[in-house]
Design a protein around this ligand. Structure first.
Ligand code: FE
Length: 356
């Protein structure tokens, strides 16, 4: 969920999107590339991540490499549109965003070039990257279930199938079908089950909705807390962030609402990524690859996990608190590139099911 906040900047209009959970995060320092480079040159990062905590990462990269990072921020669709209209004159070197579905959209738009690197190959598990190297995952998130333990027993929500069953008629909260998170989940179900069965699942979900889809994932969790629904679909980091954040109401909600990791065909919970790739027309291609390798490093994986409450991508990277308390779930091994490519199918299937 992103709220576009547009600010005019000197050299043109830079898209600065503030994430809902980060107030006062305008980061007015976002710069356009093209200035004089430092000793190590520069790299132009187009990113849909916008966390104050990332500023320390960028400084660290410059410290390690001498390469200065120029940042353009926006949500994924804004940045994809921008890079598309810039065409081969785009200054973009690296594009970073959340969700394999969004990375796939950028790939479909021809915005990435393949990168093969030993560092990336070793740091990022095969199922969490695009097979040709167009993009790589640096952190993982699971799309799972928040539930009211006073009304729901864990065994009633231990599979995705059960969420669509009659037990939860009128008892489920979920955001709209245009959420890339939902598209990716349904894409994964199509990949696992085929379109017919996935379509039936979507129909079951629509039948189970306690209300028409509204709000983001945190609103679904809050709705469980408020008794509007018994179960809700959410990405893992929203719950973990609410449970450990500064908002007393959200902490109260998550003390009464629990998180469950349903399994897909007994192989684990649906897992997605945040990640990025090197831009097709990157003017600083080598620096771009170094920046990607930096993002894939254990240090950065831990940083993202700590600050954004995601899980590290690499099995060898220890999950930091507070996500370590949730990190030992079984993750479905499905390659993220497979379900990412099923977005158009997922969208039409959800529309036909009446999922708004
Ligand atoms: Fe999100």
């Amino acid at each position: 969920m992103k709220f576009g906040k547009w600010l005019a900047a000197a050299a043109g209009v830079l898209a600065l999107a503030a994430c809902g959970q980060q107030a006062g995060n305008d980061q007015g320092a976002a710069q356009q590339g093209g200035g004089a480079g430092a000793a190590g040159g520069e790299v132009n990062l187009y990113t849909a991540r916008h966390y104050d905590s990332d500023l320390a990462l960028y400084d660290r990269f410059t410290q390690l490499t001498g390469i200065r990072i120029n940042r353009i921020e926006g949500n994924a669709d804004q940045l994809i549109a921008r890079m598309t209209s810039e065409g081969e004159r785009s200054p973009a070197d690296v594009f970073i965003t959340a969700d394999a579905g969004a990375l796939w959209r950028a790939q479909q738009a021809g915005l990435f070039q393949p990168v093969q690197s030993q560092v990336l190959g070793e740091a990022v598990p095969e199922n969490l990257r695009e097979p040709q190297g167009h993009w790589y995952g640096f952190s993982r998130r699971a799309r799972i279930v928040a539930y009211d333990p006073e009304k729901v027993r864990p065994e009633e929500i231990d599979t995705y199938e059960k969420l669509a069953g009659e037990r939860f008629r009128g008892k489920l909260c979920v955001r709209s079908a245009d959420s890339v998170y939902n598209l990716s989940l349904v894409g994964a179900l199509i990949e696992a089950w085929g379109p017919e069965r996935a379509g039936q699942w979507a129909q079951g979900i629509v039948a189970n909705m306690a209300r028409a889809p509204e709000g983001g994932d945190r609103d679904q969790i809050r709705a469980v807390g408020a008794g509007v629904c018994e179960v809700a679909l959410t990405n893992s980091y929203y719950y973990i962030r609410m449970a450990n954040g500064e908002d007393a109401n959200d902490r109260q909600v998550t003390s009464r609402v629990l998180l469950a990791f349903p399994s897909l065909d007994g192989q684990g919970a649906h897992v997605n990524i945040s990640g990025g790739g090197v831009a097709r027309h990157a003017p600083n291609r080598d620096n771009a690859q170094r920046l990607l390798e930096f993002f894939a490093s254990a240090e950065v994986q831990q940083h993202i996990a700590r600050n954004n409450n995601e899980f590290p991508a690499s099995p060898g990277v220890q999950a930091p608190p507070p996500v370590d308390a949730f990190a030992n779930f079984q993750a479905h091994p499905m390659p993220v590139a497979r379900f990412a490519a099923r977005q158009p199918e997922a969208q039409s299937l959800m529309s036909r099911a009446g999922w708004r």
